[in-house]
Design a protein around this ligand. Structure first.
Ligand code: PBG
Length: 334
């Protein structure tokens, strides 16, 4: 590059020129909105650490869904907050579980809206882990261990019941080994071979899930998730996780969280041809909301830049609590 022949500022001179040479665009098609559903009546309760995000009972859910459809969002991901919990998380695979009911209700009113079901057990188990626990005694201490292969059976039942209720996409977030294979086989056997799996392939054991765990009442009652979720230090392992999922039949891959893992997004994008999702998680949302509330940052500008950054890093879709706002901003050209 030889100055003064090359002057990169030439192409930045006007808005029209900048529009023409822009390399990355964010559209409403890229956005997926998470929704929390709960039992009871007349509930629209704001999650205190996530301003603008609510728990909805089924009788108040339509207001939210109508708004989402109106702003042009085409997909939502459902999280259930159940009435009761037990050791195996049976409310996760109950035909009348909260996610199953919400799915039927939403699909009846809006058949074209894609309902993605998060397939996990931690909101539904009394111990708050994403799988089945066995307690062993080691040197006089009781240690709870997660039984990978037994957990798969319950996850399969959950996924099948979600597909039965009409979920368009199954999104397993439990990080057990072999979950994609098990769920694919279970769905196929139950007659849902056309239901895709959006795998939370690369999910880190992250402090950024804090506000979600408050919101979903899903914090582990003992220990942490480090024996199944990934170490934030690792990226080669992320490739192995994704590779496994591809071989097991995943239709889409995910990296979660998003902002502190943009390098991982890029690596996965470069190595695999599957559509890639980033989950812009609760803690990332809360930080932006808190700083905006204090007047320290410009929320619209910050969120727009963050989401664009995630697309530039290589994501095709973004699950984000900012989805509704972002969709509105995208249609407002001011
Ligand atoms: C369930 C699940 C979690 C999130 C999505 N699905 C929490 C966790 O693994 O503890 C986090 C989402 C967020 O923080 O926004 N396994």
């Amino acid at each position: 590059m030889v100055f003064p022949t090359t002057r990169l500022r030439r192409l930045r001179k006007t808005a029209a020129l900048r529009n023409m040479v822009r390399e990355t665009v964010l559209t409403v098609n890229d956005l997926i909105m998470p929704i929390f559903v709960t039992h009871g009546t007349n509930i629209k309760e704001e999650i205190s650490s996530m301003p603008g995000v609510y728990h909805f009972s089924l009788d108040r859910l339509d207001e939210e869904i109508n708004e989402i459809v109106q702003v042009g969002i085409q997909a939502i991901v459902l999280f259930g907050v159940p009435a009761s919990k037990d050791a195996v998380g049976s409310s996760a695979f109950d035909t009348n579980g909260i996610v199953q009911q919400a799915t039927r209700q939403i699909k009846a009113a809006h058949p074209e809206l894609l309902v993605i079901a998060d397939t996990c057990l931690c909101q539904y188990t009394d111990h708050g882990h994403c799988g089945m626990i066995h307690v062993h005694e080691v040197n006089g201490c009781e240690i709870g261990e997660i039984d990978n292969d037994e957990s798969l059976e319950y996850l399969v039942r959950t996924a099948v019941s979600q597909a039965e209720a009409g979920a368009d996409i199954i999104a397993p977030s439990n990080m057990m080994d072999g979950f994609v294979h098990a769920i694919r086989a279970g769905l196929d056997e139950a007659g849902y071979s056309d239901v895709p799996i959006m795998s939370y392939s690369v999910k880190y054991a992250s402090a950024f899930y804090g506000p979600f765990r408050d919101a979903a009442h899903s914090a582990p009652q003992f220990g942490d998730r480090k024996t199944y979720q990934m170490d934030p230090a690792n990226v080669r392992e992320a490739v192995r996780e994704a590779e496994e999922d591809v071989l097991e039949g995943a239709d889409m891959l995910m990296v979660k969280p998003a902002m502190a893992y943009m390098d991982v997004i890029r690596v996965i994008k470069d190595q695999f041809d599957l559509p890639l999702v980033a989950y812009n998680v609760s803690g990332e949302y809360s930080m932006v909301k808190a700083a905006s509330k204090l007047g320290w940052i410009d929320e619209r500008a910050i969120v727009t830049e963050l989401l664009l950054g995630l697309k530039r890093a290589g994501t095709d879709m973004i699950i984000t609590y900012h989805a509704k706002d972002a969709a509105r901003w995208l249609s407002d050209r001011s």
